[in-house]
Design a protein around this ligand. Structure first.
Ligand code: PLP
Length: 420
């Protein structure tokens, strides 16, 4: 053996930091955690521990993992990275985004308690509060989260949770997080932010006073349309403990394989979010003014009502979601989706492949019609999730679909005027 190569037993198992190190940036933390400290011989890529249970030698022995409904090494690896990404405690990973929302709600609310929920939220979130939690005696007020007075007015003595989504699904209405945090704090309510649309790559609610961030990791975090998952992130030990207890009690932890895939996605999140944002801005800008469109909704456009708030609150881009408001309603939407070639009609968002979703019939089908109308969700609304295809190909695709939508609208207007 070379004198320069110490025997395995002499080798340090991990590298000692040689001097004070600068704090690592988020893109680095996504791969290595807050403090890289790899053991020699450790696999670079975390292993998948596909085991329901773990060996114990003694009765009552304290082992790091005992049963995979409570914790699992692969899920814990994801949780460490997700937490490090936001300078928070290890996250909690769930079988879905809605499982995370359910655990968050039940960790703070019991019968008689009250929640304030952004009215413009993912349809499943509205359904959970209005149709599942309400019959259990948990009351909710759905407010316009862009209206601070409405949030203040909604506070009740038993308000325990304020949950907003920003940008909200699908109208991209923004909530001013730094302004809402003190309202929630004064009400002694937990302030949670569904940060699914931007992720901590572009928006950091915990830095401006939120207690918990919530994610459907199904979307940008895993980023490849391959898994369903959710996560909750907090810097508060007490909140985390309650969430972990409920997750174990309700049995909704993420599976090791899905957690492993999500961990691989997380490694490129910072890079992807910048690329998705740049492409979305280019596409939104190019589409503005097309005759088939009443409006292009994208926070990065100057025409966006809350553009100034978007510039102040987002860091590095405005995400990959562009919502199109078509003149011709449902018929125009049907014509639009029929001719798409690169973009796929499907019910999700946040992956490398571009998707188009018709809100009225897909994600928001379960939201009561009156509430849909109040939120401006109608038959002509299409949500685009801009993927990582070449943006020229996407532009050609979307322009072709808009031309088809315009023709259908023109034909039906002519027909109507002919009949009348
Ligand atoms: N939050 C937002 C903003 C969403 O868009 C979704 C799903 O579309 C969810 C939560 C729920 O996530 P999941 O579908 O992973 O349960």
């Amino acid at each position: 053996m070379s004198p320069f190569c110490p025997s395995a037993s002499d080798r340090p198992t991990h590298r000692e930091p040689s001097r004070m190190q600068p704090a690592l940036q988020a893109a680095t933390r996504a791969m290595h955690g807050s403090e890289p400290n790899r053991m020699a011989g450790e696999p670079l890529v975390a292993s998948i521990t596909q085991s329901a249970t773990f060996v114990q030698h003694e009765l009552g022995e304290c082992v790091s993992h005992s049963y995979s409904r409570a914790t699992n090494p692969t899920v814990a690896a994801l949780e460490d990275r997700l937490g490090a990404y936001e300078h928070a405690l290890p996250a909690l990973a769930f079988a879905s985004g809605l499982a995370a929302t359910q655990v968050l709600a039940l960790s703070q609310l019991s019968a008689g308690d009250h929640a304030i929920v952004g009215a413009a939220s993912y349809g499943g979130t509205v359904r959970l509060f209005a149709q599942v939690l309400a019959p259990l005696g948990i009351r909710s007020t759905f407010v316009d989260a862009a209206d601070l007075d409405a949030i203040r007015a909604a506070v009740q003595p038993k308000t325990r949770l304020v949950l907003v989504e920003t940008p909200a699904n699908p109208t991209l209405i923004l909530a001013d997080l730094a302004a809402i945090a003190p309202i929630a704090r004064a009400a002694h309510a937990i302030f949670a932010v569904d940060n699914t649309f931007l992720t901590a790559a572009l928006q950091r609610p915990l830095d401006v006073g939120a207690d918990v961030t919530l994610y459907s990791t199904t979307k940008w975090i895993e980023g490849h349309h391959a898994t369903i998952g959710g996560a909750l992130v907090t810097r508060d030990e007490v909140i985390r403990e309650k969430l972990a207890f409920l997750r174990k009690s309700l049995g909704c932890i993420q599976s090791p394989f899905d957690a492993w895939l999500t961990l691989q996605g997380l490694k490129t999140l910072s890079l992807r979010m910048r690329a998705h944002s740049a492409s979305a801005l280019r596409i939104a800008t190019a589409l503005e003014g097309h005759c088939a469109l009443r409006r292009v909704i994208y926070p990065g456009l100057e025409s966006f009502d809350q553009h100034a708030l978007a510039l102040a609150q987002h860091d590095g881009g405005h995400g990959g979601i562009v919502t199109l408001d078509l003149h011709g309603g449902r018929a125009a939407a049907e014509a639009f989706v029929r001719v798409l070639r690169v973009t796929t009609l499907a019910e999700s968002l946040g992956g490398v492949e571009s998707l188009a979703t018709h809100l009225e019939t897909m994600t928001h089908g379960d939201v009561p019609q009156a509430q849909r109308e109040r939120l401006g969700i109608h038959g002509g609304l299409i949500r685009l999730s801009i993927g990582l295809e070449d943006s020229n190909d996407l532009l050609n695709d979307i322009f072709g679909a808009l031309d088809a939508a315009a023709s259908s609208t023109f034909a039906s207007t002519k027909e109507t005027s002919h009949v009348s």
